[in-house]
Ligand binder design. Structure first.
Ligand code: PLP
Length: 394
């Protein structure tokens, strides 16, 4: 007798949600196929091209035969380059032997969580946050424990609340700063206190710093700026956002020395390794020419952030903090009286603007929307006009 679909699917997959951005993109594309004009503010990727030097290097390395397997943790040259760069920016000496390269930062998050989190463990996550944390935690058989990011604290944690959520089953705290979806940034004092809690309760920390170089004030603090935590910290970063390389699939992590072989084993048994020519091309990311390209991109993001946030704040019932990092706005729309999901659906269908409901990032995202400003100023102006008209009819 044939199993019904529910029985065929592994129990660990039940209740797992994916990134809503991809689903919303599919719906927006479908409307475009029907002839509608849609402004895309749903997907989290720079609208800039990958810097030319990286593209050129990728083509050259393909022609030079960098088309074979790479070592599981990545090519030594890139691991060394990453370790040197991090060591030069933070008061910690990063050992290249603790660096691993993965096909995208998301794979690094997954590999770390599957390697160190057991069924029955609890893992503390910000809410709202990037949905891949919760999915990876649930697939490991563990329980995500949400701690709210407070708008009144510019979307940082209430550290007392964080502390109250720690139990004897807590294994790890997940941090993300600058943050998706809120654009909030944890300061050094927050990170020091979180590290103190981790030491006190013997917890691991996963710090996702993929937006570390996209910021609009002082450079954001990193967990690597906190002394004496390297033995319990996993840092995740990558090339997708800052070098506009989302489709290249290139991320990396720094892991505690005693966990390296487990994370490596996980990668060995899942992806084997990351493409070789992309890793070679990424060596071009750390040159002055590429730095300049990324600085120009961030300067452009800043202009768009200001126009967009100011425009939204001019709409009655909408309140939008100016994000300190990343390229998302997270406006509060709770005074308009529509649940976030209904608002996002109607905004797409009635007004042709694709955004994500805050609830795609957790229950505490109710009352908010996530809008990417990785889009042209012209499109942002049009989106503002459409949102203004839509809100006046709500
Ligand atoms: N971490 C955060 C917070 C993100 O927002 C994203 C992508 O949106 C990722 C990780 C994944 O990056 P990648 O595309 O390199 O897998």
């Amino acid at each position: 007798m044939k199993l019904d679909t529910k029985s065929r699917i592994a129990k660990r997959m039940r209740g797992i949600r994916g990134e809503a951005a991809f689903e919303m993109l599919g719906r927006a594309n479908e409307l475009e196929r029907q002839g509608r004009n849609i402004i895309h503010l749903e997907i989290g990727e720079p609208d800039f091209d990958t810097p030319e030097a990286i593209v050129r290097a990728g083509i050259n390395w393909l022609q030079k035969g960098a088309t074979h397997y790479s070592p599981v943790p990545g090519i030594w040259e890139l691991r060394t380059e990453i370790a040197q760069r991090l060591s030069s920016r933070h008061p910690q000496k990063i050992d290249p032997r603790c660096v691993l390269i993965t096909p995208g930062a998301k794979m690094m998050i997954f590999a770390i969580i599957q390697s160190v989190v057991d069924p029955g463990d609890e893992v503390i996550c910000p809410d709202p946050s990037y949905p891949a944390y919760e999915a990876a935690i649930r697939m490991a058989g563990a329980t995500p424990v949400q701690v709210r990011l407070e708008e009144s604290k510019e979307f940082r944690f209430d550290l007392n609340e964080l502390s109250r959520r720690i139990t004897s089953r807590t294994k790890m705290i997940v941090l993300n700063s600058p943050q998706n979806p809120t654009g909030g940034v944890l300061n050094l004092d927050d990170l020091r206190k979180i590290a103190d809690l981790a030491r006190k309760h013997d917890l691991l920390i996963l710090s996702d710093e993929i937006y570390s170089e996209i910021y609009y004030g002082n450079p954001p603090a990193s967990i690597l700026d906190v002394p004496d935590v390297l033995d319990r910290v996993f840092v995740v970063n990558g090339f997708s956002k800052i070098y506009a390389m989302t489709g290249w699939r290139l991320g990396y992590g720094v892991v505690p020395a005693d966990t390296f072989s487990s994370v490596e084993l996980f990668l060995n048994n899942s992806v084997s390794s990351t493409a070789t020519f992309t890793q070679r091309a990424a060596l071009e990311a750390f040159t002055p020419e590429t730095e300049k390209a990324t600085q120009n991109m961030v300067a452009e993001f800043r202009k768009r952030r200001d126009v967009f946030a100011d425009g939204l704040n001019g709409i009655s019932g909408v309140h939008c903090l100016k994000p300190l990092g990343a390229f998302y706005l997270f406006p509060n729309i709770s005074r308009l009286g529509l649940p976030s999901e209904e608002f996002a659906n109607r905004l797409l269908n009635d007004a042709g603007v694709a955004v994500l409901p805050g609830t795609a990032f957790g229950d505490y995202g109710e009352g908010y929307l996530r809008l990417s400003f990785a889009n042209s100023l012209t499109n942002i102006e049009t989106a503002l006009e459409r949102i203004r008209n839509f809100v006046s009819g709500v």
